[in-house]
Design a protein around this ligand. Structure first.
Ligand code: HEM
Length: 643
C-alpha cells in the first residue's frame, strides 16, 4: 500500500458514500420511507472515516517525503521542520479542498446526531451530502491531492515561504475552514425549512451551529490579521487584499444573519431575511474559495486555464440558486406583515443587518470590479484601499452607533426611560469626541474615542438594568451572569468597540522612519534610542537567516531578521515587534552590508493601540465561548431580565 493508493481509495470511498447518501436522503424524502433515511444516516460515519483516511494518507506521504505525489513534490521539502510538514496539507489548493471535505464530513456527522423530524432530517442530510459530493468530486477529478508523477524528484521545493514564516499558519486556515464549513449546517436547515414549509424553528435549532461557525470565522479573521502584521513586514494588518476580502464577505453576511436570527427566534419575524442571509453567507464562503483558489486574482486568464475556478463558480451559482430560488417560491408565506419601528430592538437589528450586508456589497464590488473590467475590456484596473476605506468608515460608524443602542431598545416600541438612556448616550458620544479633540486628536480618532465611550456606557447601562431588575425581584445580582447571550454579546460588543478604537488610532497615527546605521552608531526615533551592534548570519537548513542586533534603552536587545529561502528571489522580513499598551514598536531589518556586516538599514514603525486589537480579538473569542457554554441550571424569572 502506498499513500497515493490509500489516499485515492479514501477520496473515492468518501465520494461514493456521499453520492449514495445523497440518493438515499432524497429517496427518504420522496418516498417518506424511514428505511432510506436510516441507510443515509448509516453512511455518514463511513464517509467521515474515508475522508480521514485520505487526509492521513496525505500526512503519511508528507512525513515520508513521498515525492512521487505531485502535491508533495510541489509543496514539501526534506528540510521542512516537523510542524511545517504537518500543516502542509493546507498549504495549497488540493490539500485545502481535502481539509474542507474532511471538516464537512465531520460537521455532517455531528449534525446528523441531532434529533429532527424525518422529512427535514432527510433534506438536511441531502444538502450536506450534496456539498460533500462537490468537494470529493472535485478531488476525484480535477484537483486530486494524490496525483502521481512519472519521474519523482529527489527533493521538493517546500511550501510557500510566507506560510512557513510564522506558526500562525498552522491555525489560521483551519479556523477559517471550520467557519466556512460550519455555515453549511444552518444553510441545510434553511433549505429543509423552505422545502417542507416549516419556517419558524430552524433558526433556533441551528443557533449553536451559526455561533460556532461565526466564532471560528471571527477567530480565523483575527488570526489572519495578526499573521499579516507579524509576517508581511509592512507594519499593518489589513490591506483590502482580495484574499482578505474573500473571507470578510461571508463574515459580514453571517454577522447579519446572526442578528436577524435573534428576531425570528424571539418575535417570529424576518423569516425571509434569514433565508436570504444564510444562503448568501454560505454561498460567499464558496465564492471566497473560488476567488482565492482559482488563480483569478493573479489574472482573469488563469481562471479560464484551470478547471477548478469554473467548478467553484458553478457550485456558488448552484448554492445561491437553490437558496434564493426556494425563497422566491415561498416568499408570500414568509413575508413580514407587521410594521417595525426603527426605534425598537428589531428595528435596530434589521438596520444593523443592512449595514453589514451593504458593507459586504461594497467589498464584493470593489473586489470584483477589476476582474470584470479586465475580463470585458482587457484593461487592468485596480480598486485600492482609498475606495474601501471611504466606503467603510461611514458604515463602520453606523454599526458602532447601532451596536450601543440596539440591545438597550425594547422589542416593539420604546419606553420613556429609553429616551433618557438615549440622550445620555448621545451626551457621552459628544463629550468623548470633544475630549479627543481637546487632546489634539484628529476628528476621526476623536470620534472613535466618543464611540468607544458611548458603547462602554451603553454596556454599563445594560448591566445596571439587569442587576437592578434582579435586586428588585429579590434575586441575587450574580444571576445576571446566567443570561449567557446577554453577557456574552456585551463582551463581544465591547470587543468590537475596542477594536474600532484600535483601528482608528493605528490608521491615523503611524510613525515610520528608516536609517542606515554603522556598527556602534546610535539612533533615537519614536521615543526609542537604539545602537546597532552588528549582524550575524545563521544557516537554518531550509533557509538562511541574517539577524541584526540592536541594543535599545527601553526593550533591551532586539533582533529583527531577514530570511532567505532558496525558492524566493528576495528575502522575507521577520520583524521584531515589541507590543506595549500604548504603542507597538515594529523593528525591521531592511538591508545590510553583505561583505563585512559593518552597516544595516533599519526601519522602525511606531503604531498606537494595535495591542488592543489583539486583546479585542481575545475578548471576541471569550464572549462567543461564554454564549456557547452550556448553562448549568436555568433560573427563569419572568420580567426580571431586561431582554
Ligand atoms: C447579540 C445588536 C453589532 C456580535 C446581539 C443582540 C443584540 C445585538 C440586540 C442580542 C443581545 C441579547 O439578546 O441580549 C447589535 C446591533 C449591532 C451589533 C444593533 C450593530 C449593527 C455587532 C457586531 C458584532 C456582534 C459588530 C460582532 C462583531 C453579536 C453576537 C451576539 C450579539 C456574537 C450574540 C448572538 C447570539 O447569542 O445568538 N447584538 N449588534 N454584534 N451580537 Fe450584536
Amino acid at each position: 500500500m502506498t499513500p497515493a493508493l490509500l489516499g485515492n481509495l479514501g477520496v473515492s470511498l468518501a465520494l461514493a458514500f456521499s453520492l449514495l447518501g445523497l440518493a438515499l436522503s432524497l429517496l427518504a424524502y420522496h418516498q417518506g420511507d424511514g428505511r432510506f433515511l436510516k441507510g443515509a444516516k448509516a453512511l455518514v460515519l463511513p464517509a467521515f472515516l474515508a475522508a480521514l483516511t485520505a487526509f492521513l494518507a496525505l500526512e503519511w506521504a508528507l512525513l515520508t517525503h513521498d515525492f512521487s505525489l505531485a502535491y508533495v513534490a510541489r509543496n514539501h521539502s526534506t528540510q521542512d521542520p516537523l510542524w511545517v510538514t504537518l500543516v502542509t496539507p493546507w498549504a495549497a489548493l488540493e490539500g485545502s479542498i481535502l481539509l474542507w471535505g474532511l471538516l464537512q464530513t465531520l460537521y455532517t456527522l455531528l449534525a446528523s446526531r441531532k434529533p429532527l423530524d424525518p422529512w427535514r432530517a432527510a433534506l438536511v442530510l441531502a444538502v450536506l451530502f450534496g456539498v460533500q459530493v462537490f468537494f470529493f468530486g472535485v478531488m476525484a477529478t480535477i484537483a486530486s491531492p494524490f496525483e502521481t508523477l512519472p519521474n519523482p524528484p529527489a527533493d521538493g521545493t517546500g511550501p510557500n515561504p510566507l506560510l512557513q514564516n510564522h506558526w500562525m499558519m498552522a491555525v489560521h486556515p483551519v479556523l477559517m475552514y471550520l467557519g466556512f464549513v460550519g455555515l453549511s449546517v444552518p444553510f441545510a436547515y434553511a433549505v429543509a425549512a423552505m422545502v417542507v414549509r416549516r419556517y419558524q424553528t430552524w433558526v433556533g435549532e441551528t443557533r449553536w451551529w451559526t455561533l460556532i461557525a461565526w466564532g471560528f470565522l471571527t477567530a480565523g479573521k483575527v488570526a489572519g490579521m495578526w499573521w499579516s502584521y507579524e509576517v508581511l513586514g509592512w507594519g499593518g494588518y489589513w490591506a483590502w487584499d482580495p484574499v482578505e476580502n474573500a473571507s470578510f464577505i461571508p463574515w459580514l453576511l453571517s454577522t447579519a444573519f446572526l442578528h436577524t436570527a435573534i428576531v425570528q427566534e424571539t418575535r417570529g419575524a424576518f423569516k425571509a431575511w434569514n433565508f436570504a442571509f444564510v444562503t448568501l453567507a454560505f454561498a460567499a464562503t464558496v465564492l471566497g474559495t473560488f476567488l482565492t483558489r482559482s488563480g483569478i486574482i493573479q489574472s482573469v486568464h488563469a481562471f479560464a486555464e484551470g478547471p477548478v475556478g469554473p467548478a467553484f463558480l458553478g457550485f456558488f451559482l448552484l448554492v445561491t440558486g437553490l437558496g434564493l430560488g426556494l425563497l422566491s417560491r415561498v416568499s408570500r408565506e414568509v413575508r413580514d406583515t407587521a410594521v417595525f419601528r426603527l426605534l425598537s430592538r428589531e428595528g435596530a437589528l434589521l438596520l444593523g443587518a443592512f449595514f453589514f450586508a451593504g458593507w459586504a456589497l461594497v467589498v464584493v464590488l470593489g473586489t470584483f470590479y477589476p476582474l470584470l473590467a479586465e475580463a470585458f475590456t482587457g484593461v487592468k484596473v485596480s480598486v485600492g484601499a482609498p475606495f474601501f476605506n471611504q466606503a467603510s468608515v461611514p458604515i463602520g460608524v453606523g454599526i458602532l452607533l447601532l451596536m450601543g443602542v440596539g440591545p438597550l431598545l425594547p422589542w416593539r416600541r420604546p419606553r420613556a426611560e429609553v429616551f433618557r438612556n438615549l440622550y445620555m448616550l448621545l451626551a457621552v458620544l459628544f463629550l468623548g469626541t470633544l475630549l479627543g479633540l481637546l487632546r489634539g486628536y484628529a476628528f476621526g480618532a476623536s470620534l472613535a474615542v466618543g464611540l468607544f465611550l458611548y458603547n462602554t456606557a451603553a454596556i454599563l447601562l445594560l448591566v445596571r438594568e439587569g442587576v437592578l431588575a434582579r435586586l428588585r425581584a429579590g434575586l441575587s445580582p450574580w444571576g445576571f451572569l446566567e443570561n449567557r447571550r446577554r453577557v456574552g454579546s456585551l463582551l463581544v460588543h465591547f470587543a468590537v468597540a475596542l477594536m474600532g478604537l484600535g483601528i482608528a488610532f493605528s490608521q491615523t497615527y503611524r510613525l515610520e522612519s528608516e536609517k542606515t546605521l554603522y556598527r556602534g552608531q546610535a539612533w533615537e526615533v519614536g521615543g526609542v534610542r537604539m545602537e546597532f551592534l552588528g549582524v550575524r548570519a545563521l544557516d537554518e537548513g531550509r533557509r538562511f537567516a541574517v539577524e541584526a542586533s540592536l541594543r535599545t534603552d527601553r526593550f533591551g536587545e532586539v533582533r529583527p531578521r531577514l530570511h532567505f529561502y532558496p525558492q524566493m528571489n528576495s528575502p522575507l522580513p521577520a520583524p521584531k515587534v515589541v507590543y506595549t499598551p500604548g504603542n507597538d514598536y515594529y523593528f525591521l531589518l531592511m538591508d545590510f552590508d553583505r561583505e563585512k556586516g559593518e552597516w544595516a538599514s533599519v526601519r522602525l514603525i511606531v503604531t498606537p493601540l494595535v495591542f488592543w486589537m489583539w486583546v479585542a480579538g481575545g475578548l471576541l473569542a471569550l464572549g462567543t465561548l461564554y454564549i456557547l457554554w452550556p448553562a448549568a441550571g436555568r433560573e427563569e424569572v419572568k420580567g426580571v431580565s431586561p431582554a
